[in-house]
Design a protein around this ligand. Structure first.
Ligand code: MG
Length: 252
């Protein structure tokens, strides 16, 4: 099931995407999906970020080739950092190039959407806390990241976390193709099977220290091929079985 968050005529809601139609659901999808019977064409609504996370917990250097391309080793324990709620934008939303950096990079990533409150989750129960999966772009001010030991500014700026276009709830995430294109040209290509740590391992690691809430998001790292974006570029993250998240870089 593909669950999208949308707005139409000033109303915000969730719906199930079926072909070119959106089947509007009652309430929200975190306590079970109940269809309202009202349908609207997908192209008549504005798709929003599929969730509004209280926090995005991101994992660095979880693909060995990407760690290598930036001259880093694969870390002994996962590197985690936050992207704030204000970094989240939706499919089609513009990426406003910030003035504090001159080297924004794209990082295509599989995003895990948490479906229920959880802490200290054991590996064998990790699947129970996942609502589904969506595409993410862990936009990074690479110049600032290299200057500052904490990545709050480099990876947490407004608009630095495009998410979407929807949450796919029935998907085996263990071996999916993920790709990033810029202006239609392929920049990143990898498979989720190349992750150093699996999604279950990441959930165990993260929830050992903090509670995750429904709508929270885990970014699982990016494959090799990261590179700069410029004003006017159209960047697209495509993940097999989910879809494509497209955003355009604009002058702030
Ligand atoms: Mg990343």
């Amino acid at each position: 099931m593909r669950i999208a968050r949308f707005s139409i005529d000033g109303t915000v809601g969730f719906g199930v995407v079926e072909g070119d139609q959106l089947d509007i659901i009652k309430g929200h999808p975190f306590a079970g999906v109940e269809r309202s019977g009202r349908r609207v064409p997908v192209d008549k609504v504005r798709l929003l970020p599929p969730v509004l996370p209280s926090k995005v917990v991101a994992v660095g250097r979880n693909y060995a080739e990407h760690a290598r391309e930036l001259g880093n080793a694969v870390p002994e324990a996962p590197i985690t950092f936050f992207k704030p709620s204000t970094s989240v934008i939706g499919p089609g939303d513009p990426i406003a190039y910030p003035s504090f950096t001159s080297d924004i990079h794209h990082e295509a990533e599989l995003a895990v959407v948490i479906g229920r409150l959880c802490r200290e989750v054991p590996a064998e129960r990790a699947h129970e806390v996942i609502l589904g999966y969506t595409c993410a772009n862990d936009l990074t001010a690479r110049d600032v990241q290299q200057r500052e030991s904490q990545w709050a500014r480099a990876k947490g700026f407004d608009g630095s976390c495009p998410l979407g276009p929807w949450v796919e709830t029935e998907l085996d995430p263990s071996d999916l193709t993920l790709m990033c294109t810029v202006n239609g040209e392929q920049r990143q290509l990898g498979r989720t099977s190349e992750m150093v740590r699996s999604i279950a391992e990441l959930i165990v690691h993260i929830t050992a220290s903090m509670t995750l809430l429904p709508q929270d998001v885990i970014l699982t790292g990016t494959p090799a091929g990261v590179g700069p974006l410029h004003v006017g570029d159209e960047v697209a993250v495509t993940i097999e079985g989910i879809g494509t998240l497209t955003n355009k870089v604009v002058q702030r």
